[in-house]
Design a protein around this ligand. Structure first.
Ligand code: KG4
Ligand code: ZN
Length: 335
């Protein structure tokens, strides 16, 4: 699709304040400020998240304009993450975007966060061909999405309980790791044996996921072992991390392969924060040897970022998919 616009996009759905600028289909700035205030609380505190967005939004917008070396007058539209996400966080980005679009008298584009994670694949080469199957794995979602076109997507599988990112974060917490545990668990796994400990694979439908059972299996195992040896976790930390990671990743890969078989589609992609996981990336890359075409986004476009919002908005601009300047953010919003 030919893209001719210059758009400033804001992402503020959770705990990252991010602003990106796209020009003629090329992301020329992607500034991401991750909030650290939540670490002390072991999870995201929504009130703190929205307050921190409020403090960061102006400097991050300025930094993006500076990086892109453009003035506000050159913008054709302003885009923002309209949902899903934390409502207080979404409101900061939405309000700022509305104000900016009104002041500049240009269109406003409301972007779906999960669609944007998928369309992040169109920022860099190689770009996937339609149709492709995308495993979208983040802190709040785990979905298998059949992507037929830029704006035609169907969820063909999802989790019955926790998201994959939650599974990483919650099991990491059981090991005493700081929040968010996913990246830490990934790092510690590098020196561990993924086959050392076995955790259950919950029995669910063909394209369904369940991660709360994995978490319980880890919890009961740790309770049993630490009763015998109070130092069990610290003595086995990297093996525990590697074994938990192996359990989660093997479930994700298995379901993705099942979806590929069911829909006879060999173009497979991953998106969302968990796609930053090194084991998932490595095991997926390995599938290329078995006739699959694998698409993994660049690391900076895996976690929450405004680059993916800008890319999605750039496609939407060509179809004139604008929203009213009075548009409301949506905490829940189906794909
Ligand atoms: O997409 P994202 O940045 O935010 C949401 O929309 O949720 O995803 C964040 C999630 C967190 O659960 C985080 O622990 C997980 O992605 N995550 C990882 C890794 N990097 C981020 N999980 C496992 N391994 C990683 N390297
Ligand atoms: Zn996300």
């Amino acid at each position: 699709m030919i893209q001719n616009s210059t758009i400033l996009a804001i992402e503020s759905s959770c705990d990252d304040t991010s602003v990106s600028i796209i020009q003629k289909g090329k992301v020329i700035a992607n500034i991401i400020e991750t909030q650290t205030v939540h670490e002390a609380w072991g999870g995201i505190v929504p009130e703190l998240a929205s307050r921190t967005h409020q403090q960061k939004i102006v400097p991050v917008v300025d930094a993006a304009l500076k990086k892109a070396n453009i003035s506000k007058k050159e913008l054709d539209a302003v885009a923002f993450t309209q949902g899903p996400g934390l409502i207080g966080s979404l409101m900061v980005g939405a309000s700022f975007a509305k104000g900016m679009a009104l002041a500049l008298n240009i269109p406003l584009i409301g972007v779906h966060h999960m669609k944007a994670h998928i369309l992040a694949h169109f920022i860099d080469e190689p770009k996937p061909e339609f149709p492709f199957i995308c495993l979208t794995v983040s802190g709040g979602h785990t979905q298998i999405v059949l992507v037929k076109d830029y704006d035609e997507m169907e969820i063909i599988g999802s989790t019955l309980d926790d998201a994959a990112g939650e599974a990483f974060d919650k099991t990491a917490k059981l090991l005493g790791l700081a929040y968010p545990g996913g990246p830490l668990l990934d790092k510690l796994s590098k020196d561990g044996d993924p086959k050392k400990f076995k955790f259950v694979e919950p029995r669910v439908g063909e394209l369904e996921f369940s991660f709360s059972g994995v978490k319980s299996s880890v919890l009961y195992f740790l309770q049993k072992e630490t009763k015998k040896n109070p130092y069990f976790i610290e003595e086995n930390l990297s093996d525990l991390c590697a074994s938990i990671q192996e359990r989660i990743v093997s479930i994700l890969i298995k379901k993705l392969k099942l979806a590929s078989k069911k829909y006879a589609i060999k173009n497979l992609a991953i998106a969302g924060g968990v796609s930053a996981n090194s084991a998932l990336r490595a095991q997926l890359s390995n599938l290329t040897k078995h006739g699959y075409n694998i698409f993994i986004p660049d690391f900076q476009y895996c976690l929450d970022n405004a680059g993916m919002i800008a890319q999605t908005a750039s496609f939407m601009y060509e179809k004139r998919l604008f929203c009213e300047h009075s548009a409301e953010p949506k905490a829940r919003w189906s794909i």
